[in-house]
Design a protein around this ligand. Structure first.
Ligand code: CA
Length: 452
C-alpha cells in the first residue's frame, strides 16, 4: 500500500494513540489497482476507473511542506536537469556491479513523474481513528481471501514455517494488508518513481539509495522492469518492499535462480519470513494480548519505553480481556492503549516490535497482529472502542500542541502530527489537572486545554 511506503520512505510518522498519518496513501492505493501480476497469484480486480489527471499530472503548485526543494520553481529546475541527474548515478551503479551499458539500457526511457511531488507533500486535514482503521483493514472480505490463500499455498507456508520459524498467519496478514493479496499495490514503475524522487524534491539522498537498489535488482535479473511496479514512493510487490528492503531480504526459496518475491509465492512468503526473522521474530510466540486495566490504573505506565514482565503487569492489575491466563508470565511486554482509558489495552510482546520494524506505525502493527489472529480462528477484540469520539482535525491537533507548548508541557514543533512527544506532553497536562493521564488526544482533552 502506498501509505506503507510513506513511512518506509521516512516521511512523517505520527502514530499513536489517535490518528493515522496515512490517508493520502490509502487514497492512492485505492486508486491504483495492481494490474501487472500474472501466474499463480489470486485473481485480478477490475481496473478502477479514474481521472487520468488525478494520478498523472502535477498540480504545478508549491508543496505543503514549505521545503525549498518543493517549491514549484525548484521542482521545474530539477525536472529540467533530470537526465543529467540520472546519468550522474552511473558511477555509483558501476561500483555496485552494474555495467554502463546495462545502466544506460535500464534508464533510457525514464521520465520525471512530477505528480509524485503532490503525493509527497500532501497534508490531509482529516485522519482515521484507530478503530476505523482496523475496520478497514480487518474485515470479512480480507479474512475470506486470506483463508483461501492459506489453503491454496499450504505446502509453501508449511515449508517456509519450517525453514524460518515465522508464523504463517502473520505473513498472510502482511500480504493481505499490504496488497489485498496481490490485487492492489500501485501501478507506477519503481525505477521511474525512485529516479524521480532521487533527482527532484526534498528526499533525494534517501531515494538515490532506493533507485540504485532498484537498478541492482533489475541488473541481477531477479525481476523485469514490468514486474517492478508499485506505489509512488517505490514500495512494490505483494508485501510492498522498498527496493533496499528487497535487495537485502528477498530469497530464492524455490531455487530457480531468481529472487522473485513479486510473482512466485514460495519466494514471496520466504522473503517476508526472512525479514521478520532478521528483525527478531521469536518462533512459537504471539505478538501480544488484548488486556483490561483496573479503574485506578496509572496510565503513565502505558508507554513503549516501559517494559515489564507479564507477571509484573499482572501484579499491577492487568488481565487478559478474554479471562484466560497468560501462558508465559516471564515474557517481557509493554502496554499500548491506542484509545486511552476509554478503549482496550494491549500487552505487546517482542514479536510486536518485529512487526513494527516492517512499518513503524503502532496502528498498522496492531492491524497485522489482529488480522493474523482472526485468520488463525480467533475472534474480534472483546472490549469496545470509544466510537463516539471525534477525531481531531489537523488544525485542532496543531492547536492542541500550541496550547501544550504555551503551558510548558510541549517543546516540539506544532505540526499537527501526534507522536510520542505530544502524547507525553498531554499526559503531563492531564496529570496536572487530575484527569486520567492516558495521553489520548480527545476533543475533551482539547476542550480542557482551551479553558485552562
Ligand atoms: Ca525463485
Amino acid at each position: 500500500m502506498a501509505w506503507v511506503c510513506v513511512k518506509k520512505a521516512g516521511f512523517a510518522v505520527a502514530l499513536g494513540a489517535l490518528v493515522l498519518p496515512l490517508p493520502a496513501c490509502v487514497t492512492e492505493q485505492a486508486l491504483s489497482p495492481r494490474t501487472e501480476l500474472t501466474g499463480a497469484l489470486p485473481q485480478q480486480p477490475a481496473p478502477v476507473r479514474r481521472a487520468r489527471a488525478s494520478t498523472k499530472e502535477w498540480s504545478g503548485e508549491d508543496g505543503a511542506s514549505g521545503s525549498p526543494e518543493m517549491t514549484a520553481d525548484a521542482i521545474r529546475r530539477s525536472a529540467a536537469n533530470f537526465r543529467s541527474c540520472v546519468a550522474s548515478m552511473a558511477p555509483e551503479a558501476a561500483r555496485r556491479g552494474v555495467s554502463r551499458a546495462n545502466f544506460d539500457r535500464l534508464t533510457a526511457n525514464l521520465e520525471p513523474d512530477l505528480k509524485i511531488m503532490d503525493f509527497m507533500d500532501s497534508q490531509p486535514e482529516f485522519t482515521k481513528s484507530v478503530w476505523d482503521y482496523l475496520d478497514v483493514l480487518v474485515n470479512d472480505t480480507r479474512l475470506a481471501k486470506g483463508r483461501e490463500v492459506l489453503a491454496k499455498y499450504k505446502p509453501q507456508f508449511d515449508a517456509v514455517e519450517r525453514a524460518y520459524g515465522v508464523d504463517r498467519y502473520i505473513i498472510a496478514s502482511i500480504w493481505g494488508i499490504e496488497s489485498n493479496y496481490s490485487t492492489r499495490g500501485g501501478d507506477r514503475s519503481v525505477l521511474n518513481s525512485t529516479a524521480t524522487l532521487a533527482c527532484i524534491g526534498r528526499r533525494q539522498k534517501y531515494f538515490r539509495g532506493e533507485f540504485l537498489a532498484a537498478v541492482e535488482i533489475l541488473n541481477r535479473g531477479d525481476l523485469t522492469p514490468d514486474e517492478m511496479v508499485g506505489s509512488w514512493a517505490g514500495a512494490f510487490g505483494p508485501t510492498q518492499f522498498m527496493p533496499t528492503v528487497y535487495k537485502r531480504f528477498a530469497v530464492d526459496f524455490d531455487g530457480d535462480g531468481r529472487r522473485d518475491a513479486v510473482n512466485n509465492v514460495a519466494d514471496l512468503i520466504a522473503s517476508t519470513a526472512n525479514k521478520l526473522k532478521t528483525d527478531g521474530w521469536q518462533p512459537g510466540q504471539g505478538w501480544g494480548y488484548e488486556v483490561a486495566v483496573p479503574r485506578s490504573f496509572d496510565y503513565m505506565m502505558a508507554d513503549p519505553s516501559k517494559t515489564l514482565t507479564v507477571a509484573q503487569w499482572e501484579r499491577l492489575g492487568v488481565r487478559r480481556a478474554n479471562g484466560q491466563a497468560f501462558p508465559r508470565p516471564g515474557d517481557h511486554a509493554f502496554l499500548l492503549m491506542p484509545a486511552g482509558a476509554q478503549g482496550p489495552g494491549f500487552l505487546m510482546l517482542p514479536n510486536f516490535r518485529a512487526i513494527l520494524r516492517y512499518n513503524p506505525a503502532e496502528s498498522y502493527a496492531l492491524a497485522i497482529g489482529h488480522l493474523a489472529d482472526r485468520l488463525r480462528g480467533g475472534g474480534p477484540f472483546v472490549q469496545s472502542w470509544p466510537r463516539s469520539e471525534r477525531v481531531l482535525s489537523r488544525a485542532e491537533r496543531r492547536e492542541l500542541q500550541q496550547l501544550l507548548a504555551q503551558r510548558g508541557f510541549y517543546r516540539g514543533e506544532p505540526d499537527g502530527q501526534l507522536g510520542g512527544e505530544t502524547r507525553k506532553a498531554l499526559r503531563s497536562f492531564q496529570a496536572s489537572i487530575g484527569t486520567p493521564a492516558d495521553g489520548f488526544a480527545s476533543s475533551d482533552a482539547l476542550g480542557r486545554l482551551r479553558t485552562r
